[in-house]
Design a protein around this ligand. Structure first.
Ligand code: NDP
Ligand code: HSE
Length: 404
């Protein structure tokens, strides 16, 4: 029997316990032995929980129990979770996590520590919730040189944008719904300011390009600047606004990585990704385009990925081949300075003035627009700096890239 300890009995941790319990027979059949939760560590008391006698508050109980071979870390953050993960690995226990902040910021050292100790550090749930993406990228697509990874990587913001677009809800109401559904981070600014998507694109870039990409080097913009006016103009142009994370291999070998809202044509498959769903596109030089799609957040979808990692380790007896990557280099990562795109722009001012300054631009209309506001999509692709130079002296209300 494989004995597991769960750290953090919140949205994901309680889902992991539930899936391990409800699917115990099929899991045992697949692994070849039963997988049982021996301890659950949390700071709170859960008197009504069916796992009553298993709750502990002292991590050393888990650390010092040789029966526990797999630790599931679902506390979140990069403070106590880092300490517990290091201690578990040093104690010869494999660790499975959904904690993308920890993987993005400390994944390289933790995967190396796991390798050194002959155990596993797996993190399928850290990107895309229930979507299988880490294994496909590292195993199924291993024959390719990856050219680009791009996707909707945050369920909360996609849920908010969908509710704003489809139901006309104000931003705050849509965010409250996402929190009630258990999608949002403890501090939801990580979702709405784009940091969560940034951590995920960094993890994907680490794996796709084989070198550590530091989240601090990745330009990141969230959705707080998106207004219903932008949504309406985009709609009039046959486009939707989506928050995307992208990592693109440059001809010189550098990686252009960033997170920003984009206008996406309604005919593009990404435009149809609504609600809490995420989608990840991978472009390989042999396979071409591949898209992965599913629920990007939520209790059971995320638990599905965590438990699959637990089963993978249990099946291999901890001898699974490690997932890791190489050291980073600040010179490897470039921002968006050289990236050329068409842009959607909304200004305070007249449409004629916008056309005069930008040149070739497709002007957009929306009902309820005031005469002192104009918006359009540039006909030509250019860098953001080139566009800002053309817009010099104008009050720019929105500037959003258009996905090619
Ligand atoms: P929650 O806040 O719901 O759960 C975390 C749990 O850990 C809470 O019960 C919390 O208790 C407990 N906790 C906090 N500090 C400690 C500590 N020192 N020792 C023991 N327990 C502690 O978070 P989620 O389940 O939503 O997320 C967990 C991780 O998974 C995060 O990294 C998140 O980013 C990631 N994730 C979340 C997804 C989701 O849909 N929610 C999807 C994919 C990944 P208390 O509440 O009292 O502080
Ligand atoms: N807060 C995250 C999201 C959880 O909304 O995508 C899943 O990583």
């Amino acid at each position: 029997m494989v004995k597991v300890a769960i750290l953090g009995y919140g949205t994901v941790g309680s889902g992991v316990a539930q899936v391990l319990h409800e699917n115990q027979d099929s899991i045992a059949a697949s692994v070849g032995q039963s997988v049982e939760v021996k301890y659950i560590l949390d700071v709170r008391d859960f008197d009504q929980s069916p796992y009553g006698g298993r709750f502990v508050k002292d991590f050393s109980v888990i650390e010092e129990d040789p029966e526990v071979s797999i630790v599931v870390e679902t506390i979140g953050g990069a403070a106590v979770a880092l300490n517990f993960t290091q201690r578990a690995l040093r104690a010869g226990k494999s660790v499975v996590t959904s904690n993308k902040e920890l993987v993005a910021c400390h994944g390289l050292e933790l995967t190396r520590l796991a390798k050194e100790k002959g155990v596993c550090y797996l993190f399928e749930a850290s990107v895309g919730g229930g979507i299988p993406i880490i294994r496909p990228l590292t195993v199924c697509l291993a024959a390719n040189q990856i050219e680009e990874v791009c996707g909707i990587l945050n369920g909360t913001t996609n849920y908010i944008l969908t509710r704003m677009i489809q139901a006309g809800l104000p931003f705050e109401t849509a965010l409250k719904e996402a929190q009630e559904n258990g999608y949002a981070e403890r501090d939801p600014s990580a979702d709405i300011l784009g940091y969560d998507a940034c951590r995920k694109i960094c993890i994907l870039a680490d794996l796709a390009f084989g070198k550590n990409v530091d989240p601090q080097l990745v330009p990141t913009e969230g959705i707080t600047g998106i207004s219903l006016a932008d949504v309406d103009y985009a709609d009039g142009a046959g486009k939707k606004i989506k928050l995307l994370g992208r990592a693109v291999r440059q001809a010189d070998g550098r990686v252009c990585a960033y997170v920003a809202p984009h206008l996406v044509d309604v005919t593009h498959p990404i435009a149809g990704v609504e609600d809490v769903f995420n989608a990840v596109f991978v472009k390989g030089n042999a396979v071409g385009d591949v898209m992965f799609y599913g629920r990007g957040a939520g209790k059971l979808p995320t638990a599905s990925a965590v438990v699959a990692d637990v089963m993978d380790i249990a099946r291999s007896g901890g001898n699974r081949s490690p997932i890791t990557w190489g050291d980073g280099d600040p010179a490897l990562v470039c921002g968006t300075e050289e990236l050329v795109s068409r842009f959607y722009v909304r200004i305070k001012g007249a449409a004629d003035a916008l056309r005069n300054q930008v040149g070739e631009i497709k002007l957009l209309a929306r009902s309820g627009a005031t005469p002192d506001e104009a918006a359009g999509i540039t006909e030509l692709a250019m860098t953001e700096a080139q566009l800002r130079e053309k817009l010099m002296g104008m009050e720019v209300l929105s500037l959003i890239r258009v996905l090619n």
